[in-house]
Design a protein around this ligand. Structure first.
Ligand code: MN
Length: 552
């Protein structure tokens, strides 16, 4: 629930690669060291390579955030005022007066939500207060009456029993009162004679309530004891006792059962309509039947936005869903600027290096924050992954130097560990065509075209080429379904340092023009190409400029 120090999520791109996961963990570590409540997050499944690195260095997977749309938990308040269903209306009135609440949730003794009561329910009950007789239907217990009237018990009986008779005020003569008394009635009396009271007891009443602490004869008590009749002594006058008894009705009798309630993970956009329909001031928030908070209708109008730091990406299309509803507070990245807009000035650290984790590691050192071995291992893993063990053309000497220093801290042999990690992530294993085609997928706007480019590392390209037909079929289907122009799949042979680029959609001439190849088939072979952002996206962008946006 809301309140306290809301975390800032540090999150990489969709279809997270090792850099996206490890830079989120690494940068969160730096922010935490500087006293910021940063929480590493991810917006997708962890791939095999990253899994290997996390397990090797014994670090937990970051929190999964499927989207940043505001939810009930973000605006709900802790519910400090609750009443129990067996509490009395008198108690409810006090609670409402003190808390100034318009509606109060009602729970059972386990804390499970059973209803809600509003001020208007209470008001209605008072207007409809017809008489004391109606109390039997409301299942009032003797215990409730004793509490409400602050009675002293002179002769006790079963406190938990429900009252069964009417409540009679003995204001007339003994004779006229006896004429209206029935078995099990409850009689309110003031200072009356011994004989009168004994006459009442002989009518087999259930309870005698003596008001204003009036004196009562020992003989009367003896007779009551013999007959099993409750005798209560209260300091209040008869009129007040009458009113108090009316207030000892259990809340359960006037509450709304099965109230409209929400769950913490409900989207605010989904509950707005429900709120408009019912127009209550506030609604209970329930998880597994338990009341966990309250959400008020005013609160959902302007929810506080989630704060996020983007790492390893800056393009909306690659960011976690719902990013438009969140507040980007920083960006740490090493990709092209993809046109992100913010409402306020923010901190951006953008460097043309091989890996976001190179930036994150050096930020630690510049700020004199020590990197623990496990985090150093993860930062190193990301550099090895993004630069394919320094073979990618995106790799700079700075990446290499940083990686060597990190390997020292992590205590691993860089080359041995690196090859083992790359091997864990390479190959198609038991992946389906859809999983292969969506591996490490990123979306780009190139000219007017919406193009998705996925990439998979392999040690043996035959694994991919043998399945080319299935893969192309899936890619065609995918772009039609999602409305993209093209789907490109880079099968990158990390041993040979070459890429087989499979493609579906149009314009195909874009592929031919970008890579100066015959693009009449379904793939082109690109020796020396390993980097999507440096060797695939830029030539495509240049080619669009040459052939124009209308080549389809
Ligand atoms: Mn990266």
């Amino acid at each position: 629930m809301k309140g306290g120090n809301k975390p800032i999520y540090v999150i990489g791109h969709r279809n997270p690669d090792t850099d996206s996961i490890c830079s989120a963990i690494g940068y969160s570590h730096l922010k935490q060291a500087r006293g910021v409540n940063a929480v590493p997050a991810r917006c997708g499944k962890i791939n095999n390579e990253t899994k290997y690195a996390l397990e090797y260095f014994k670090v937990d997977q970051p929190l999964l955030l499927t989207d940043l749309y505001p939810r009930v938990k973000d605006v709900a308040l802790e519910c400090k005022t609750v009443v129990r269903q067996h509490d009395t209306l008198r108690h409810l009135g006090e609670v409402m007066r003190k808390s100034e609440l318009q509606s109060v949730p009602v729970t059972d003794s386990n804390g499970d939500l059973v209803g809600i009561v509003t001020v208007s329910d209470l008001a209605k009950r008072y207007f409809l207060e017809l008489g004391l007789q109606s109390l039997v239907d409301l299942r009032v217990r003797y215990r409730d009456i004793m509490q409400a009237t602050e009675a002293k018990v002179l002769i006790s009986a079963d406190e938990n029993a429900l009252i069964e008779g009417n409540i009679i005020i003995a204001s007339g003569s003994a004779f006229s009162t006896v004429s209206i008394l029935n078995k099990k009635d409850i009689v309110l009396v003031g200072d009356r004679s011994k004989d009168t009271l004994i006459k009442f007891l002989e009518c087999e009443i259930a309870c005698l309530i003596v008001t204003q602490n009036s004196r009562i004869d020992a003989e009367v008590l003896e007779e009551a004891q013999k007959r099993g009749v409750f005798v209560l002594l209260t300091p209040y006058d008869t009129y007040t006792v009458g009113r108090l008894i009316n207030q000892c009705v259990p809340i359960r009798r006037i509450m709304h059962s099965n109230p409209v309630c929400f769950r913490p993970m409900d989207l605010l956009s989904d509950i707005k309509g429900v709120m408009d329909e019912h127009r209550y001031r506030s609604y209970p928030v329930v998880e597994n039947g338990k009341l966990v908070g309250l959400v008020s209708a005013d609160e959902i109008m302007l929810p506080e936005r989630e704060k996020v730091i983007l790492v390893d990406h800056n393009e909306r299309g690659q960011a976690v869903e719902g990013i438009e509803d969140a507040k980007i507070v920083e960006i740490i990245d090493h990709h092209r600027l993809g046109g992100v807009q913010t409402s306020e000035p923010i901190y951006i650290h953008q460097e043309p290096v091989g890996c976001t984790c190179t930036i994150v590691a050096n930020m630690h050192w510049h700020q004199d924050v020590e990197i623990p071995p496990s985090i150093a291992g993860l930062l190193l893993s990301a550099i090895i992954s993004d630069t394919v063990l320094f073979k990618s053309p995106t790799c700079t000497p700075y990446d290499k130097k940083t990686a060597e220093r990190l390997a020292d801290i992590a205590g691993v042999n860089l080359k041995e560990y690196g090859l083992a990690m790359l091997r864990a992530g390479a190959g198609v294993g038991d992946k389906t065509p859809a999983e292969i085609a969506k591996n490490d997928l990123k979306e780009f706007k190139i000219g007017d075209y919406r193009i998705i480019v996925s990439q998979i590392s392999v040690m043996d390209p035959k694994e991919i080429l043998d399945r080319e037909e299935q893969l192309i079929a899936f890619m065609k289907e995918n772009i039609e379904r999602e409305g993209f122009d093209m789907h490109l799949l880079m099968a990158t042979d990390i041993l040979e340092e070459a890429t087989y680029l499979l493609y579906a959609g149009s314009p195909r001439t874009l592929i031919g023009e970008a890579f100066k190849k015959d693009a009449s088939g379904t793939h082109v072979f690109l020796p020396g190409v390993m980097s999507r952002k440096k060797q695939v996206v830029p030539p495509l962008s240049e080619a669009v400029k040459r052939i124009g946006n209308d080549a389809r």
